[in-house]
Design a protein around this ligand. Structure first.
Ligand SMILES: *[C@@H]1O[C@H](CO)[C@@H](O)[C@H](O)[C@H]1NC(C)=O
Ligand SMILES: *[C@@H]1O[C@H](CO)[C@@H](O)[C@H](O)[C@H]1NC(C)=O
Length: 373
């Protein structure tokens, strides 16, 4: 539990952090009511108190959370590193039984992810979500756990995803199929295979989404396309399966590229692009491609994290818990910084020519110089 405790803090500090906004609002309102009383507006103060009390009760009613225990099974895909790994540890620390799906990565032979997960009591199973047989085996594993241990599948968390940086023209068809295959078709495959269980157990389906689903960015056009497609799929599915008691929720965890392994293979991807570039394309892009690859091959982005790190932002877990446990879940849960928030609002609300300039400010990539060859 050591690393998880570090993230949460313990005891009072954690409690204060969790409820800090409620405490601030509560204090402000009490002061105002006290002021009104003091100024002789007794009736106004009473009315205000009643309205606020009603509001708070409604808020508490709709933000109620379910409890979770070892009889609840939570299935998460893509637990080799980053978010999946962290969420598996987190759900386990909360007391659920967790089945973590990992894909084998030949480039990280000595990853300690499996050992670390097992040490915390997470059940680990290999799954290649692009492979039909592998996903079937995974489903059998889920069934076996449910039956042997008398569990209920509480949630399926579709987290597995890959991202390749690079302008669209550079990305080979193979790289496009790789991203669509994992992010979109793989997610659909896992969900379809588990659907009978999701229906029977009235489980929650959580799809890990991205800000790119809504506002796609240059340099990750294909990744953005897969996330937008997932968003459309989720929107339809939510209504389709709602009537069978399955709740569909999107969770947008925000950016934490530095703590995930999502960029780890980027250097290999660039090699692949370089190998398949035509003479003409090489000539045209010249030094720009080189600068681009150097920029995105920064060690801080692509270093191997043999020992995966727990995502350290406590807000992610706080918001994830709402997505997992709220009795009346929202459609989308977002965890974003103020910077993301402002840019998102601006992207949505400004005319295209301004929006596109803002995007260029937001995404920090090496500049294109037409005369540099
Ligand atoms: C991986 O582990 C094996 C044996 O446990 C060791 O021989 C090998 O050097 C390690 N490789 C790396 C890259 O650490
Ligand atoms: C959950 O699903 C499993 C497998 O489909 C089934 O055996 C079990 O009875 C279900 N439990 C509940 C409470 O629906």
């Amino acid at each position: 539990m050591n690393s998880m405790e570090k993230v949460y803090g313990s005891g009072w500090a954690a409690w204060l952090r969790k409820h800090s906004i409620a405490l601030q609002i509560g204090t402000t309102i009490s002061c105002n009511v006290a002021y009104l009383m003091d100024a002789g507006h007794t009736r106004k103060a009473a009315t205000l108190s009643m309205i606020l009390l009603g509001g708070v009760s409604l808020y508490c009613f709709f933000s109620r959370r379910r409890k979770i225990n070892a009889r609840d099974l939570i299935v998460i895909t893509g637990c080799n590193s980053g978010l999946g790994y962290s969420l598996a540890m987190h759900c386990r620390a909360k007391g659920a039984t967790v089945l973590a799906g990992l894909r084998q990565i030949p480039t990280v032979p000595n990853s300690s992810a499996i050992e670390d997960l097992k040490k915390q009591g997470v059940i680990v199973h290999h799954v290649e979500i692009t492979d039909e047989q592998s996903v079937r085996d995974f489903r059998e594993k889920v069934k076996e756990l449910l039956e042997e241990r008398q569990l209920v599948l509480r949630a399926l968390i579709n987290n597995a995803g890959v991202m390749v940086f690079g302008e669209f023209e550079w990305q080979t068809q193979k790289l496009a199929e790789y991203q669509v295959g994992v992010n979109l078709l793989g997610t659909m495959r896992v969900t379809r295979e588990l659907m009978p269980i999701l229906r029977e157990n009235r489980s929650r389906l959580i799809v890990i989404s991205s800000h790119c689903a809504d506002q796609s960015l240059p340099g990750i056009s294909i990744y953005g396309a897969t996330k937008a497609a997932l968003h459309a799929w989720t929107t339809s599915l939510r209504v389709e399966v709602g009537k069978y008691g399955i709740e569909v929720v999107s969770f947008i965890p925000g950016g934490f590229v530095l703590e995930s392994n999502i960029m780890k293979r980027q250097r290999l991807h660039f090699d692949e692009m370089r190998r398949h570039m035509s003479e003409e394309v090489q000539q045209y892009y010249g030094n720009y491609f080189t600068r681009y690859t150097e920029y995105f091959s920064m060690p801080s982005l692509t270093e191997n994290r043999d020992n995966p790190k727990i995502v350290s932002d406590p807000r992610i877990y706080e918001i994830f818990d709402n997505a997992l446990l709220n009795v009346y879940p929202s459609t989308i849960y977002r965890c974003e910084s103020w910077r993301y928030f402002f840019y998102r609002i601006l992207f949505k609300s400004t005319p295209t020519f301004i929006r596109d300039r803002l995007v260029q400010r937001f995404v920090i990539i090496p500049p294109w110089k037409a005369d540099e060859k």
